[in-house]
Design a protein. Structure first.
Length: 198
């Protein structure tokens, strides 16, 4: 990740933004107010808010990431992009926002297992009926890695202290109250999981 006076740049965010936008353009086409969990550098927020002008894009992350998010926002000056709130599952309460959708990218495999479980349970419990949750990143399927690269990546994640790649079935188990309505295969052995609250 490259830094430039508080504005950080993630090459992976730059690589995956177009295929993710293609999916969000479909699944968030009728959404109005969305929460991004784990806005990171702020790159995704700016890019998606620009290309989905009908959608209010609420950013969130741990406080340490806010400087970069704010730097990207200041440069973009988009009216539908909202300043970040501090939000970390297990530490902060669910935001007091009237949201109808949630998006997260490349967070689930960074989280510890308990935090990933808490994320799924919290979103299922708090997102309004009919709400859509789009979840992007590497996933295992039926207990298996989808590529040798993902196996090696998972080993690296765990050696670095991260929780590691989660299995889709595991997420389904944790997401009681949400239905997995689409499982979209994405470039570089990633998935976009589309959940809908009952």
């Amino acid at each position: 990740m490259k830094k430039n006076m508080g504005k950080e740049f993630s090459p992976s965010c730059d690589r995956n933004k177009l295929p993710i936008l293609e999916q969000l353009s479909v699944h968030f086409s009728d959404r109005k107010n969305m929460l991004e969990v784990g806005s990171g550098t702020g790159q995704h927020a700016v890019f998606f808010a620009e290309h989905l002008p009908h959608l209010i894009w609420n950013t969130s992350d741990m406080f340490d990431y806010h400087v970069s998010i704010q730097a990207w926002m200041a440069e973009a000056t988009l009216s539908n992009l909202v300043s970040p709130i501090e939000f970390h599952f297990g530490k902060n309460s669910w935001p007091s926002l009237d949201i109808d959708s949630v998006f997260t990218a490349n967070t689930t495999h960074i989280m510890q297992r308990n935090d990933a479980q808490l994320m799924m349970e919290t979103i299922a419990a708090n997102l309004k009926s009919g709400g859509i949750f789009c979840q992007y990143g590497p996933m295992n399927v039926n207990g298996e890695y989808t590529s040798e690269g993902n196996r090696e990546f998972d080993q690296h994640l765990k050696e670095s202290g991260c929780g590691g790649i989660r299995d889709v079935a595991e997420l389904v188990e944790w997401a009681a109250g949400m239905e997995l309505i689409e499982q979209v295969l994405m470039p570089a052995n990633n998935f976009l999981l589309v959940w809908k609250v009952a």
